[in-house]
Design a protein around this ligand. Structure first.
Ligand SMILES: CC(C)(COP(=O)(O)OP(=O)(O)OC[C@H]1O[C@@H](n2cnc3c(N)ncnc32)[C@H](O)[C@@H]1OP(=O)(O)O)[C@@H](O)C(=O)NCCC(=O)NCCS
Length: 199
């Protein structure tokens, strides 16, 4: 856990881990070149060396991305986000500040994850068996929602802010509350959203 170099002056800096240093890295380059693409990384973020990302990935400040995590193209990850090892994040996905994503979480394409949402992977901590949450393409997770280990959030579904999701969310369904229950369809949600944008 030793920093070997630090550049403080750059507006956008990159933190990389030396292979022998699994926890904390060093500010090195303006642009981090991953195995398949590039990432722009804000100050004091830590990204494991073996993270693979597509094009146009932006990671804001004070964020952690763990080993072997795979990130698609056109992805934004906000500040103070913890993305652990072995996480998958699809294309065009946006993760807002303060989100917690543990190992084995799989997030699809075109997904929105609101601020401070929490995903879990251990239903009975500290157990030796873990299971990730799956968020399918086009889903939207509201601010401060909490998702139970092993749950699948269906394609195009919407989780309301503050929901505690304990069961799979069907595709194209809006759920709210504790525990989260369906309230209406994605179609109705899209109509409300358009009306809101027009107003
Ligand atoms: C779920 C959501 C889409 C519902 O919006 P809506 O259809 O406009 O809902 P309304 O405000 O008309 O409320 C309808 C009812 O649901 C309740 N409700 C709305 N959102 C709720 C939520 N997240 N949890 C529990 N109840 C909720 C309202 O209190 C209201 O109840 P009532 O009929 O007993 O008065 C919205 O509240 C939400 O959570 N959006 C996500 C916002 C977010 O996290 N954004 C992140 C980026 S900043």
């Amino acid at each position: 856990m030793q920093a070997t170099s630090l550049r403080k002056s750059a507006l956008v800096t990159t933190v990389r881990l030396a292979p022998s240093q699994p926890s904390f890295g060093i500010v090195k380059h303006k642009k981090y070149l991953s195995a398949s693409g590039s990432m722009k990384i804000g100050k004091n973020s830590v990204v494991a060396d073996d993270v693979v990302a597509g094009e146009n990935v932006v990671i804001w400040n004070l964020t952690y991305i763990g080993s072997k995590t795979r990130i698609g193209s056109n992805v934004m990850i906000g500040s103070l986000v913890h993305v652990d090892y072995n996480v998958k994040i699809g294309n065009n996905t946006r993760i807002e500040g303060g989100v917690y994503i543990p190992p084995m979480t799989e997030i699809g394409d075109d997904v929105f994850i609101g601020p401070a949402a929490v995903f879990t992977n251990d239903p009975y901590p500290m157990s030796r068996k873990m299971v990730g949450v799956k968020v399918l393409n086009g889903a939207s997770i509201g601010a401060r929602a909490v998702i139970k280990a092993g749950v699948t959030v269906g394609e195009g579904s919407v989780v309301g802010m503050g929901a505690v999701v304990t069961k799979d969310v069907p595709a194209k369904t809006v759920v709210v509350g504790i525990p989260a229950r369906p309230v209406y369809t994605r179609e109705e949600y899209d109509i409300k959203r358009k009306e809101w944008e027009r107003s």
